[in-house]
Write a protein that binds this ligand. Structure first.
Ligand SMILES: [Zn+2]
Length: 484
């Protein structure tokens, strides 16, 4: 029995055909759901790659494994170490820094690791040639003229004034470079990883377990023309003006309508990954391996396009930078158990954290499909330093981000016609009632029924030090991903 975990990075449930999206972004997954189990209310344990993958791989809540800020590391045993100890051949296919780099503890247990480590390598190293001086991209709030003056004043007050100003000049001259300064954006990473995987698979002579994390769906969105079915070239050109979605939109440098419009290009990237998954599935079937494989398709978190927070006045969700909005936590989840031929829909709230237990149970040949649906589903978010920095930069701007709570705790519970989400943020606790990906409402702003506190109090965790020493190279990658 083999294990295949397919992660479409940054794909919110709402934008898939599995959840009746108006654009048919995942025709293959819809077809696959005829002989698979669809979890309609699946949630991610957190809002960005590291904590969510750490939960999937370790089976632990985010607060338990503690890899919740961008420079943390997972120290617990992963399901792939467990599989490797059982004699499985293990492969990781990913260009996501958090998965491919050693520092974060997610690539433990894989005997083969494929993927471009340089995928999001900054051309921004040429964008600001003096790496030890100020990075002009970090001083982007305000109007163009104000910004220049502010940057020059900052430069003059810095330790390397001349080099900092030269960096500013270089970034101006280099205004046409791609978002994040990608040197060679990979317009179809899923195709490359699919080729790598199929080649590796062809050489397997024993039980195997593989993870593929597709980054096509992560910003910047670069669907190939045949998948860009709902966007157009104009939108791709708008996208080129964006250096960092969070900074550009939240500081008002770019208008919000562009954020919303980019959603149609994002849909094209989902279609592109859906087709890659289709290719993998038909090839596994042709090779006679699909029936004997546990196939899991999901995402690590969602993505926002400027939608308003229900609990933080004035805050809007863009990219996946902070908080626990449904756009970030509600993810698609489809499982085809070995030999499954019937279609099953599960409406109970589920969590991708339990993928760890699911794999163990299926390998041990004793499983139930509701293993993914514990009594309480938890999501946790810790504010990243980058967002705090943004607040400081934007102190004079229209948004008061300085009030963002440092930590947010959510607990999901089933109700008769959907899911209740209790969310604790600072001293406030809110109740949001959710029917499906398209219908949710803030029901109560002062719930305080103590549920969140009691559920988290029951967990056995302590705030051990999980921070990892990341190399300069990795820090650069993270900055390019928009995390630092
Ligand atoms: Zn991710």
């Amino acid at each position: 029995m083999n294990v295949l975990l397919l992660i479409m990075d940054s794909v919110q449930a709402k934008n898939t055909s599995l959840h009746n999206h108006s654009n048919d972004t995942t025709p293959f997954l819809s077809e696959l759901s005829d002989s698979a189990t669809t979890y309609k209310q699946a949630r991610a344990p957190s809002f960005f790659s590291l904590p969510s993958h750490a939960s999937m791989f370790s089976g632990l809540h985010a607060v338990e494994h503690g890899a919740t800020s961008k420079t943390d590391s997972l120290s617990h045993e992963t399901i792939f170490e467990w599989l490797a100890n059982k004699g499985y051949s293990t492969g990781l296919f990913s260009s996501n820094v958090y998965l491919s780099k050693d520092e974060f503890g997610l690539n433990k247990g894989f005997s083969h690791i494929f993927g471009r480590n340089d995928f999001l390598v900054a051309k921004s190293s040429t964008k600001y040639p003096h790496q030890n001086a100020l990075n002009p991209l970090k001083y982007r709030s305000g109007s163009n003229g104000d910004r220049n003056i502010k940057y020059i004043l900052k430069s003059l007050g810095s330790e390397q004034p001349l080099q900092s100003i030269l960096n500013g000049v270089a970034s101006k001259l280099d205004g046409t470079v791609f978002p994040y300064g990608l040197s060679e954006p990979e317009p179809n990473g899923s195709q490359v990883l699919t080729n790598d995987f199929l080649k590796w698979h062809g050489n397997q002579t024993q039980n195997w377990a593989a993870v593929i994390n597709f980054m096509d769906t992560h910003f910047p969105y670069l669907p190939k023309a045949e998948h860009n079915l709902w966007g157009n070239d104009d939108l791709l050109q708008y996208q080129e003006k964006i250096t960092n979605p969070r900074v550009d939109f939240l500081t008002g440098e770019q208008p919000w309508w562009i954020a919303k419009a980019l959603e149609s290009v994002y849909d094209g990237t989902i279609h592109q990954v859906d087709q890659a998954i289709s290719r993998i599935y038909s090839e596994l079937s042709r090779r006679g391996d699909a029936e004997d494989t546990l196939i899991i398709v999901t995402s690590d978190h969602g993505e926002g396009f400027g939608e308003r927070s229900r609990v933080i006045p004035g805050f809007r969700i863009v990219g996946h930078a902070a908080g626990l909005h449904e756009l970030l936590t509600h993810v698609p989840l489809l499982v085809q158990f070995p030999g499954q031929s019937d279609s099953v829909t599960i409406n109970d709230v589920a969590t991708i954290r339990k993928i760890y237990d699911l794999i163990k149970q299926v390998v041990d040949e004793s499983y139930t499909q509701d293993i993914l649906c514990p009594e309480h589903v938890l999501s946790f978010a810790e504010l990243t330093d980058r967002t705090e920095q943004l607040s400081a930069e934007n102190a004079a701007g229209e948004l008061e981000l300085t009030d963002l709570p440092r930590k947010m705790y959510a607990v999901y519970e089933n109700t008769d016609n959907g899911v209740n989400k209790y969310i604790k943020s600072g001293d406030s606790e809110y109740l949001i009632q959710i029917r499906n990906t398209h219908e949710a409402m803030l029901f109560d702003t002062q719930t305080n029924n103590g549920l969140v506190e009691s559920v988290y109090d029951d967990l056995d965790y302590n705030a051990s030090d999980t921070s990892t020493a990341i190399s300069q190279d990795t820090a650069k990658h993270l900055e390019d991903l928009g995390y630092l």
